[in-house]
Design a protein around this ligand. Sequence first.
Ligand code: FES
Ligand code: FES
Length: 225
Amino acid sequence: MHDDSEPLTSQELAGIDPTGGLDDLLIFGNPATRRRFLKQVAGTSAAISLGPSLMGFGSAEAAENAADTAVTPAKVTLKINGKEHALEIDPRTTLLDALREHLQLTGSKKGCDHGQCGACTVLMNGRRINSCLSLAIVHEGDEITTIEGLANGDQLHPVQAAFLEHDGFQCGYCTPGQICSAVACIAEGHAKSDAEIREWMSGNLCRCGAYPNIVAAVKEAGTKS
Ligand code: FES
Ligand code: FES
């Protein structure tokens, strides 16, 4: 963890915490990083160009306070993988950030944080959703299932087993989202052919290009379900 007074590195400005590796890929979703970013911007080029009044705050301290104290925390109870968790969070917190930063369920990944890659896919009442696009507070009463909740003890979910059997991954970053999406895809009845699987899994991107093996894994798991 960095000191608040340290300037952000170029890696951090690009959204990558060099101490956290891929598992901590965050784009100002991390409060400490956001605080440091605001301090840095308030003291440098953007502030000089815009001036404090146009930036909406008069100093770095005001920027920090505006970022962290303007919103009243909201209470919400989330049911994740069959277990209830009472949280008090910023109401703007996404479901993905609630999972990763408040509940330490880091299986769901943050890729784009804009609903475009599917790395954050979880199941909500059996339906797949992009957790980066959904506020946590709207999920009171919902059954949320993450990759951590699919296995039955030591027994892998059939889709997890099929991904292993077919080498449906390389770096593995997209895999939790792919597997959650595949579970729903099969349940929806959209895994009967390669073309259908490609179409209905198209919201889950894989930068490693493991698509042929992913399709094979989903198809096999679909035939066993
Ligand atoms: Fe949610 Fe990319 S991180 S869709
Ligand atoms: Fe690397 Fe899909 S396995 S992004």
